[in-house]
Design a protein around this ligand. Structure first.
Ligand code: CA
Length: 239
């Protein structure tokens, strides 16, 4: 797996490069937008993932995201010290796969990278249609949901919302993306629909609906369905 790591902080760049190398990733590093653009344009072999810092000496990482999205379906993970929800949402809606707010642990970065790479694998092979997490089992093909082996009855809208999250399990999905894909483009401001339906789904699927472990809130941004249990995950594409 070849990763482009764009980060201008020398210390952090080295730390991340070393940690990723230990995990077996081949890491190309860039310290500026110009470096990264040159690497993207001239890389001899295709890249598998981009880790993108936002605040860079010669511009904003957001510019690179736009360039990457115009050309390929390369997964992009944003790492940034910026907390602003508006910017997170803009980046995710513009096609970033996920974001991590600094400071973050290397284990967290590696976990998010695995999710992003798995989704890239599922985009080019079969989509994930079978999701298992703890006692919950969602079979998208059969449109069937079970909890602890017992069938769970979902309304068509509840099922659509859950299915949308399953297709991106482990990744944050913004309010706008959910509203657009489940209710339609004209409903993207109706976040109260989401609050209502998410509460219904949690009541049916969570052991403790007030302390969700499956349907996770990303405050101000959207929702994240917990990563599927290991054995249920589809295999990674060979690199
Ligand atoms: Ca920076």
């Amino acid at each position: 797996m070849r990763v482009l790591l764009l980060e201008d902080d020398r210390e952090l760049r080295r730390t991340l490069r070393d940690a990723l190398a230990v995990e077996g990733y081949e890491v190309l590093t860039a310290a500026s937008l110009a470096d990264a653009q040159a690497l993207l344009a001239h890389a001899r072999e295709p890249l598998d993932l981009v880790v993108l810092d936002l605040g860079l000496p010669d511009g904003d990482g957001e510019e690179l995201l736009a360039a990457v999205r115009r050309h390929e379906s390369l997964p992009v993970l944003v790492i940034s010290a910026r907390q602003a929800e508006g910017q997170k949402i803009r980046l995710l809606d513009a096609g970033a796969d996920d974001y991590l707010v600094k400071p973050f642990g290397v284990a967290e970065l590696l976990a998010r990278m695995r999710v992003a790479l798995r989704h890239r694998g599922t985009r080019v092979s079969a989509a994930l249609t079978d999701y298992r997490h703890g006692r919950v089992h969602v079979d998208l093909a059969a449109q069937r949901v079970r909890r602890g082996g017992e069938p769970v009855h979902l309304t068509p809208t509840e099922f659509k919302l859950l299915a949308r999250l399953v297709r991106q399990a482990g990744q944050v999905v913004t309010h706008r993306q959910l509203l657009r894909d489940v209710w339609g483009a004209e409903f993207t401001e109706h976040t109260h629909y989401l609050r209502l339906y998410m509460a219904q789904l949690r009541a049916k699927l969570e052991d403790e609906p007030a302390e969700p472990r499956l349907l996770l809130t990303e405050t101000g941004v959207g929702y994240r369905l917990a990563e599927p249990d290991e054995d249920a995950a589809p295999p990674l594409m060979p690199s």
